[in-house]
Design a protein around this ligand. Structure first.
Ligand code: ATP
Length: 304
């Protein structure tokens, strides 16, 4: 672990009854980064977030946030003091008004950002006297975000923060986050299914699948390194079996005669092997987008 790492999770495991929610999850969130936590439904993202905030205990592995242990009660309190959290369910008191929620939260934090509160109240257009129970899903998300952003935290953990927001509001949230990171050096861990939004706001991504991180990297690095190789086969393509074990091959997916490979680094060796053994009708190499990576890694079939 480096001093510059705010979150360090190593080999975390967690079962819910017989369901393995996390199965050796490791990830790092460096200070000042915006790390996108991606993964299919049920991959373990919310479970990981709950563990790192001390809301549940791991069955195995270790985790540090600001150098504090996630599995120790006193450390968890210190972690939560420095962390703004927007939960998947946007937990708020239903009988409170917007003003009462803001007042209550402001009173808890000496680091409260009144300047930001004024700005976000204006742009989020939240009616001060509206009861939380009467707010729409998107309005509740905006209020949760306002409370998390204004408390002057060092770390923001956001579980699907733009879920339920209209495109204008989602854009506003992204701009707010980008501004907070740029001006205040905040560290952000954001779970989302909106890949284009993650590409805009994050500088790193962790893709989680079946309770493990199958990719952790900087987005710029990925754009430079990873290529998608699409092979259209002449025959049945049984010869593509084994391509997965070629150096740099991250994932192999096959749909009929079309085989798609994600390759980290030079694709020359893989292409050469495919030409010699798989009788391709065509081979093309394309830049891999985050969507390609997500789909490739989380759907990777056992063709190898
Ligand atoms: P999504 O993208 O759908 O929000 P996720 O990646 O956040 O999914 P988790 O909510 O962490 O996934 O769930 C991981 C696994 O653990 C799933 O199989 C889920 O059904 C299971 N799980 C989560 N919480 C519980 C619980 N309280 N009791 C039983 N199983 C649970």
């Amino acid at each position: 672990m480096s001093d510059a790492d705010v979150i360090v999770l190593r080999e975390l495991s967690k079962r819910h009854g017989t369901v393995p929610a996390l199965d050796g999850l490791s990830l790092t969130v460096p200070q000042g980064s915006v790390t996108g936590l991606l993964g299919p439904n049920g991959a373990g993202k919310t479970t990981a977030i709950k563990l790192l905030l001390g809301m549940a205990r791991p069955d195995g592995g270790t985790g540090l946030v600001f150098g504090q242990r996630i599995d120790a009660e006193a450390d968890s309190v210190r972690i939560r003091q420095r962390t703004g959290y927007v939960s998947e369910t946007k937990d708020l008191y239903p009988h409170f008004t917007v003003d009462q929620m803001v007042h209550l939260t402001r009173g808890l934090y000496s680091t409260w950002r009144s300047d930001l509160e004024r700005r976000l109240r204006g742009s989020f257009a939240l009616r001060p006297d509206a009861k939380v129970s009467t707010l729409s899903k998107g309005m509740r998300t905006k209020l949760s975000l306002l409370l998390a952003c204004c408390r002057g935290a060092d770390l923001l953990v956001l579980d699907e923060p733009t879920d339920g927001l209209d495109p204008v509001a989602a854009e506003l949230v992204l701009e707010t986050l980008i501004g907070l990171v740029a001006q205040d050096g905040l560290t952000v861990l954001v779970s989302s299914h909106q890949l284009t939004e993650v590409e805009r706001v994050a500088d790193r991504v962790v893709i989680v699948d079946r309770g493990q991180a199958c990719l952790e990297a900087g987005l710029d690095d990925l754009r430079m390194r990873v290529r998608m190789v699409r092979i259209v086969l002449e025959g049945d393509g049984s010869a593509v079996a084994g391509l997965r074990s070629e150096p740099g091959v991250l994932a192999v997916n096959q749909a009929g005669r079309v085989v798609t490979l994600l390759v980290d680094g030079s694709a020359e060796l893989v292409i050469d092997r495919a030409r010699r053994f798989a009788s391709p009708a065509s081979i093309e190499t394309l830049p891999a987008t985050l969507r390609d990576l997500f789909l490739g890694l989380t759907r990777s079939a056992d063709v190898a």
